[in-house]
Structures are given as C-alpha cells and as structure tokens.
Ligand binder design. Structure first.
Ligand code: DC
Length: 230
C-alpha cells in the first residue's frame, strides 16, 4: 500500500484530534497534534514570565527563549496516546487548561513562533505515513498532502464537547466560558495575518455536527482506499 500524508485542519474542538488519532492508528501512521505544539510554547511563555496577567506578550523575550523549548511526543502505554513533553516534563494536562487556551491564539499569531514550528512539523512528516492536524497543515505545512480534510461543527456542539472533556479531567469551567473561548479563538484563528485558518482549495469538508466518530471514519476510509491503492 502506498504511504500518503493526511492533513487535517479545522476549527477548535471540531474533533480533529480524535479523528486524526483514529486514522493514524488504523493505518499504522504517526500522528502529530500541532495544536499541542502551539500550546506547549504558550505554556513555556507563561511559565517564563513572557506573558503578563493582562495578556501582553514580551515578544523579543519569547523569541530569544524559543531555542530553549524542547518538545517531544512520547507514547503513554497506559492510554495508548502520544503525549507532549516539554523540556523533559509531561505537560499533556497543563497544555489543555483554560489558562493556556486563553493565551494560545495570541502566541500562535507570532510569525517567529510559526516559522519554527512549521519547520519542525515538516521534518516530522518528511517520510510520509503521517496524519497531522492543526489550522495550516493543508495550506502551509503540507500543501502537497495527498488527502486534505477541513473539519468543522456547529459552535454549540463544539462547546459541549470541550465542556465534557474538561469535566472528565475534573477542570472547573462553565459552558459559557468555553463558548466565549471558542468564539474568540474562531475569530482570532480565521482573521490573523499569518497563516489564518482557511480551507485549502482541494480539501474535502467534513461537518461532523451530527456524525458519530464511526461514521466519520467510514467516510474517510473510503477516500484513503482510493488514494493508497497502487
Ligand atoms: O487545536 P487546538 O485547539 O489544540 O489548537 C490550539 C491553538 O493553536 C489554536 O487556537 C490555534 C493554534 N494553532 C495554530 O495556529 N496552527 C496550528 N497548526 C495548530 C494550532
């Protein structure tokens, strides 16, 4: 079977990660959650004092500090998922917190941050056999990917998914707070100057507001079959 690259982009909490992880598992491909990488840089910036309480970013400070950010995805045998380690520490929980979610759009708008992460992502996917999800994978990171998918779902559906996820992790937040965060991030992600979230012209749209994960996988398996036949 021919190895391909699969680029998945879409709005926040549209279910990209679960979908991408499942596809990678089925195909035996590597999975890279690029949102986790932007979140890790944000956590690093917060911890290093480069983000003030009012959200102001010390951009020159952060840029100088970027070479100190060492990121690795390491398999957790208990969950079977890759988790993000930042400078030797598993930060999978911390990068999903509402505090990081509130700051990540601002950090991911910085061209210097994007440049570094895009390079890293291109290296990770150079050998194909990869499923990568994010906002600019089909447009910037792998514009030559054989399969590009643009995922979305109604904002209310996405907010409810995020709410349940955080409840499961015992994080205290209100649905309103999440709705507000999703609204803000949609706006920031689609209107930023550098690599805004947009559908690549040759991407397939998947609106999963009313689809189960099984239905989504069945849909994509059909597409993959055609592309990997030799
Ligand atoms: O997918 P996520 O919600 O975990 O992503 C977190 C943030 O990172 C999101 O607000 C946008 C940003 N991001 C990005 O700008 N480019 C990517 N390829 C992935 C995420």
């Amino acid at each position: 079977m021919k190895k391909i690259s699969i680029a998945i982009d879409g709005t926040s909490s549209s279910g990209k990660s679960s979908f991408a992880r499942k596809i990678a598992e089925k195909l035996g491909y590597a999975y890279v959650d690029t949102g986790a990488m932007y979140r890790a840089v944000t956590l690093y910036a917060m911890r290093s004092g480069f983000i003030e309480s009012d959200g102001t970013i010390d951009v020159p400070g952060l840029i100088v500090g970027l070479p100190d950010v060492r990121m690795e995805f390491i398999l957790n045998p208990q969950t079977g998922s890759n988790e993000l380690w930042l400078n030797g520490e598993n930060v999978e929980q911390q990068i999903r917190s509402i505090e990081v979610s509130d700051q990540v759009s601002a950090v991911s708008q910085l061209p210097e941050v994007r440049e570094q992460l895009v390079l890293l992502q291109q290296q990770m996917g150079a050998a194909k056999g990869i499923v990568m999800d994010g906002r600019d994978i089909g447009t910037v990171v792998f514009p030559q990917a054989e399969l590009k998918i643009f995922m979305t779902a109604d904002p209310e559906v996405r907010a409810m998914r995020r709410y349940k996820e955080l409840l499961d992790k015992k994080q205290k937040v209100s649905l309103e707070e999440i709705m507000e965060n999703i609204r803000k991030r949609d706006l920031a992600d689609t209107t930023r100057a550098v690599s805004p979230l947009k559908k690549a012209p040759d991407a397939l749209t998947l609106d999963n507001s009313r689809m189960s994960i099984e239905e989504q996988i069945a849909w994509v398996e059909e597409k993959i079959r055609h592309l990997t036949e030799e």
